[in-house]
Design a protein around this ligand. Structure first.
Ligand SMILES: C[S@@+](CC[C@H](N)C(=O)[O-])C[C@H]1O[C@@H](n2cnc3c(N)ncnc32)[C@H](O)[C@@H]1O
Length: 253
């Protein structure tokens, strides 16, 4: 595979990337489609540099949400292992991982506009070509666009924990979501979740262990895989004695 092929413009990217106000509209969903969201849309300030990246980098690396099957090899312009990331935040870990692993392709989902703009900016600054971004609810992207894909891995790093018990239903990682997600995994593919909230870690351990097609790669929590960089926030937490829990499961059947 040549660098040229890998850099081929994604065919879906001739659509305007769904970033900014229009994207937020589409994220609200139609009344028939509504489900409990794992996020709250915050307005968030988009910096000039992030907006510039949206305008200049977005058309090449962004894929618009649409309720239609997405051919991932087409979207990346090559046949390479495909890793899905759900909720990349500001995208720092995402860009670092993608730059260190040019052999993989990273399909990255986030709803928060400043984060999306920031990852476009990092793509440009770090000259990475193996990231594509969809600014949309991961639940709907999985349901509507990734019907027949075979993923090699899934990253979910520090999902919003929804601390209060009455908000537990908002947590992304619940049995029905995982049951749907495992259907998109190749045999041997992995799901990697990291969280700094012990209560959420325990819930994830329970949900992933209860999923019959998954096998834990550790006896419970896994050592941090070398590809996941320590975030600034995490380093600060570790210095304060706070824990971080990594969970890595493989699709076994
Ligand atoms: C606590 S932040 C962590 C961000 C990043 N992974 C990190 O480690 O810094 C969680 C992110 O997940 C995103 N998120 C939550 N639910 C989502 C969903 N259903 N689809 C896409 N993104 C989602 C939120 O917008 C938020 O930016």
């Amino acid at each position: 595979m040549t660098e040229d092929t890998a850099n081929k413009q994604a065919p879906h990217s001739n659509l305007p990337p769904q970033t900014g106000e229009g994207a937020n509209e589409s994220l609200r969903g139609s009344p028939v489609n509504r489900h409990i969201r794992s996020f709250v849309l915050r307005q968030g300030r988009v910096t000039v540099a992030q907006q510039r990246a949206v305008n200049t980098v977005g058309p090449r690396f962004g894929i618009a949400y649409r309720p239609q099957h997405l051919d991932l090899n087409d979207a990346f312009g090559r046949n390479a292992p495909k890793i899905l990331e759900i909720g990349f935040g500001m995208g720092d870990s995402t860009a670092t991982i993608a730059a260190a692993h040019p052999e993989n392709d990273y399909l990255c989902l986030e709803v928060h506009t400043p984060g999306v703009g920031n990852l476009y900016k990092l793509i440009d600054e770090m000259q990475v070509s193996n990231i594509r971004i969809i600014q949309h609810d991961a639940v709907e992207v999985l349901r509507d666009m990734l019907g027949e894909v075979a993923l090699d891995g899934v990253h979910i790093f520090f999902p919003d924990p929804w601390h209060k018990a009455r908000h537990n239903k908002r947590r992304l990682i619940q049995a029905p979501f995982i049951a749907g997600l495992v259907k998109k995994l190749k045999l041997g593919a992995y799901i990697h979740v990291a969280t700094d909230w012990q209560d959420y870690a325990e819930q994830v351990l329970q949900v992933l262990s209860d999923e019959p097609t998954l096998q834990n790669t550790a006896s419970d929590y896994a050592p941090r895989p070398e590809y996941r960089p320590l975030t600034k926030f995490e380093k600060r937490g570790i210095n304060l004695g706070h824990g971080v829990w990594d969970l890595v499961y493989k699709k076994a059947v």
